[in-house]
Design a protein around this ligand. Sequence first.
Ligand code: SF4
Length: 457
Amino acid sequence: MSVTAMDIYRLLPKTNCAKCGEASCMAFATKLSEKETDLELCTELAANEMQALENLLAPAVREVIIGKGDKAIAIGGDEVLYRYELTYYNPTALVIDVNDEMEAAEFEERVKTIENTEFERTGELLTLDAIALRNKSGDADKFAAAASKLKESKYPLVLCSLDPLAMKKALEVVGDENPLIYGVTENNFEDMADLAVEYQCPVTLFVPGDLEKMKELSHALRAKGLKDIVLDPGTFVGDAIGDTLDNFVMIKRLAIEERDEDFRFPILGIPALLRLNNDEDEVTKSIKEATIAATLLNKYADILILNGTEIWEIIPVLTLRQSLYTDPRKPQAVDAGLYEFGELDENSPVLLTTNFALTYYTVEGDLKSGKASTYLLVLDTVGRAVDVSLAGGQLNGKAVADLIKETGIEDKVKTRKMIIPGLAAPVSGEIEDDSGWEVVVGPRDSSAVPDYLTKEL
Ligand code: SF4
């Protein structure tokens, strides 16, 4: 269960001194419960009270930082099993692998591809997060040499080798960059764990398909003073994907519901494993890899290592991640008002839509790609789509009439004609009555708007 504002309030001084910048202790508690302020801002806490609050506020899943400075990413930090109970924090990190057997040009090209992969959706630039270097050669010097080439990369690193000697050599080169060490196993436990302690880097514990053993080794890592641990219970693909999911779900439940200290860490999955010993064609492999990534994103991977770099494989994963990690408590909305597209004059058409972010950016994309010149009135519907705001009453004649006045559109155009979305047809008469504008019902789908404007106007 997530910590409530009342749980926090009980441990605050309750003097309402306002030194934290909030009007009262309750207001401060509410912001803390939403992760919108810092506990340190309350200057009135004794050391033991501060400690009690820190314990209370520690997320069920530890937040682990990979990388340093501008490159750093955070994974984990979650409080709830289900997004609607609060929200998910720290989007699942998407990592693409390179290996130390690649020729220099191929290596460079692949790193460039990873760094340049980006996709804009609903006003947000979606990118990858880190690079995983695999010690495919089995050679410690080659691994270290490849690691040194990644030192200047804009992304943090995951160093993948089960050989402590190779890991040591790579850490001598990039250990000060706080890479994620992958990883500790039952077989290399002492040597690899000691490296994590020596370099103070986060470390992955890889124990395939055996949660009891994972608990034992996690406990042993913690006993060595390691706090930044990532758990990999194995990514079994094909018919065994169910076992993978069972283990991921079990770990997250143990962390969040049982607060089992040995499992309160982020989970790592490797959809890239699907490509090993797989004779299927590249397209099939890419589709299956993206499918496994999406499956593990849903339940409950905090970091995923992928191999495919095709943009059509990456986009669905980025999009799903963005959808899962939006805050369900906040409407996804853009600012209401008047937006302008193309070359405009006093005879330009006027369109209407709502301020639901997905609706707005879809319309914006369609108008831009169709090279349409038009004014676009965006109505504040509290982030609801056209059909939903119609049902909820936010899209109504008076609201549109008010929007016309507030935006001053009547000073910009001579026309008093507005094109509304096809789905808004039921309120066309109401808008006409309240605004005095002529209302034309346009296409239901905004992709048809540029053609519609050309043909109809
Ligand atoms: S500084 Fe502390 S005691 Fe003062 S109002 Fe804020 S939370 Fe309460």
